[in-house]
Ligand binder design. Structure first.
Ligand code: LMR
Length: 336
């Protein structure tokens, strides 16, 4: 059915039912994600649910399905494209399998020094152009939410590049992260986030990389003896919605949802840094994982071992895109 006709019929039904005072079935938004409710993304999804309830009452109901309870990594993007769920907030490292290799630029080690540098990209034209690329995949990109900067973990002490050699490391589905791990002489293994803790516990993989909030809220401190405060790469999210669902919404409802997304984005990016700091503190207090802080020389050696990934992956993510980010953030490959 043509969209204008679909929309006209929907509007007519709304009008008739409003006139007759018939209670409207709420519009349901299923929001699926793979992290714990108490993680930054989990808290932001819950905050969004609350803001929609405050703004739209019974007209729209957001149902949040955390911790892979509805879909795991591998299935959630397809479920969104099929309309089985309406909203996701996948890691920016998980868009390569959709054919959107450019998103893996966010995975380049040491690309961003801090959140301010990240926001120069996610809050400006470069980030906007990347979200626009989602439309061809039947997806609308609504916002970027932060998590944090990743640390390596394993069951052997990690300090120098050679300490990584031979380890089997779990990674997200990103060719850039695959290249990063191979640059350290490890064997990368793509795996659903929900399966990582058990894979570490059983020794199916030896180590991985996470922002502290994900490491702690998944209980990885109970199965990883060492965490190196490498802070070597950024992990953030694109908040996305099924395009057909979004386009078919009545205008006033879509506008209220956009405002609620804006409020949730502000909330997400305000809590991310603090939540990661608190998670690291909790790991320390647990006494189950030894936190290793690299010396400046060790940090520089690790960066030297990894920063060439920018060159090796330029043909994949786009050399122009990398240069545009360098200019926008003042990135200096030689910076210690
Ligand atoms: C991971 O798979 O490690 C992360 O993308 C999980 C998440 O959504 O933070």
């Amino acid at each position: 059915m043509f969209k204008p006709l679909r929309v006209a019929i929907a509007a007519a039904c709304l009008m008739v039912s409003a006139t007759l005072g018939i209670a409207q079935e709420p519009i349901v938004i299923k929001f699926s994600h793979v992290v714990a409710p108490e993680s930054p993304k989990g808290r932001a999804a819950e905050f969004f649910r609350g803001r929609v309830a405050a703004r739209l009452g019974s007209r729209v109901r957001v149902e949040v399905y955390p911790n892979s309870t509805l879909y795991k990594d591998r299935d959630e993007m397809e479920a969104l494209q099929l309309g089985a769920v309406q909203m996701l907030a996948p890691s920016l490292a998980k868009f390569g399998p959709l054919g959107l290799r450019e998103f893996e630029v966010f995975d380049l080690p040491y690309l961003f020094d801090d959140y301010r540098a990240v926001h120069r990209v996610t809050g400006g034209p470069i980030g906007e152009r990347l979200l626009d690329k989602l439309e061809d995949k039947g997806i609308v990109g609504l916002a970027y939410w932060d998590n944090g900067f990743k640390d390596f973990s394993a069951n052997r002490p990690l300090r120098k590049p050679e300490d990584f050699r031979g380890l089997k490391m779990r990674i997200q589905s990103s060719a850039v992260i695959d290249a990063q791990m191979r640059a350290l002489g490890t064997r990368p293994e793509v795996m659903n986030f929900s399966d990582v803790r058990d894979a570490l516990r059983t020794g199916m993989v030896d180590g991985t990389e996470n922002p502290p909030s994900n490491f702690y809220t998944q209980g990885m401190h109970e199965v990883q003896k060492y965490l190196l405060r490498s802070n070597h790469g950024y992990l953030g999210y694109a908040v996305i919605v099924n395009k057909r669902f979004w386009d078919d919404l009545p205008g006033p409802i879509r506008r209220e949802l956009q405002l609620a997304i804006g409020e949730a984005t502000e909330f997400a990016n305000a809590i991310a840094e603090r939540d990661n700091a608190r998670a690291l503190e909790a790991v320390h207090r647990s006494g189950k994982t030894q936190i290793i802080v690299p010396t400046n020389a060790e940090r520089a050696a690790l960066k030297r071992a990894l920063v060439d990934v920018h060159k090796s992956q330029a043909s994949r993510v786009g050399a122009d895109l990398i240069q545009a980010i360098y200019r926008e953030t003042g990135f200096d490959p030689a910076r210690k």
